[in-house]
Design a protein around this ligand. Sequence first.
Ligand code: ADP
Ligand code: MG
Length: 384
Amino acid sequence: MAEVTLKGIEKTYPNGFKAVHGVDLNIREGEFMVFVGPSGCAKSTTLRMIAGLEDISEGDVYIGDRRVNDLPPKDRGISMVFQNYALYPHMSVYENMAFGLKQQKLAKAEVEQRIAEAAKTLDIEHLLKNKPGEMSGGQRQRVALGRAMVRKPDVFLFDEPLSNLDAKLRVSTRVSIAQLHNDLKAEGQNATMIYVTHDQVEAMTLGDRICVLNQGQIMQVDTPMNLYQYPANKFVAGFIGSPAMNIIKVRIDDIDGVMNVIAESGHRWELPKQKQGLARQRTGEWVWFGVRPEHIQLASDFTSPCEVNTQRHKIDVVESMGNELYLYFQLGGDRMISRIPFDADRLVSGGDSALLKFRVSQCHLFDLDTEETLGQEPVGLKRP
Ligand code: ADP
Ligand code: MG
């Protein structure tokens, strides 16, 4: 059981490339923290510094109250699970799981008991005699999880553990990892988990909190819902959520005392009440305007095309997800996406023109240069 604290962590690789630029983060005891960000943003580098697999150029890493910068990996109370399983091919599942424990010189009975428990939890009891080569990717990853579990670490470190699995296994193994975290908590073990992924769906579903990284810097740390509802900047807004938020350049305009935003294409939206004040201070300025796909809906058949924030657009492409549709349309030079529930009575096809209602009460505005979020949170929604 341990919290993990990063203080001013930096990493410069021997070739001079600076991958991590001053990361400060406290991961609470028992917390499931996800590092998410695009490929190359230094998720693995940061995780490997916590693990002790990579030197720390600047700053300090604490696990519990111990500064671990100079401790070898085996003394840090961590277990790591990698994308490529890293199992010993010539050993059976049982031997793979027992290997680290034997090195710790644990009694045989204790080793047997821990492996039996983990195998039961992960549903791999029937595989204990198999070699890794005789198993599917999903089974191998369960074994790798089991090998991490039996060490009873204070901190689990995961580096994209599901990336090699097909879509279905990815989901079921993801649920197993969430279950493992819950089970350990219920047993009072309260294991801290740090989980690296480039997949924002994994991040959203697994994380108690998510740390969004970009180019070796933290963009925002918060709960999944807060990241979604209150992105601190344009990067987080565009990264969290699928399909991604529509973000276009607009000018703030005062139309008869009511603040609007106007795109280069000439399309115009009236801003909601809670954004009127801050927009007024920036009259005439260009900003980024963000609207999530689910906040662009088909207007009802009875809606007047003149109604506020309602616009007619030619739908270029319709993608059907079964339960919902993605409508793509062009707004000046920007491709926009609307996400609507499937309704058999109101079919839309590519080439159709559709009346779309923008629900701007949950729109976002970002400074054009700093890309930081402008203004306050939506009324009625409180941050914890
Ligand atoms: P991520 O896991 O987020 O995809 P990494 O932590 O692997 O990113 O890499 C972060 C950055 O550091 C990348 O630009 C990568 O090319 C660079 N990098 C990684 N390892 C080394 C290395 N050994 N030497 C130099 N640069 C490296
Ligand atoms: Mg990586």
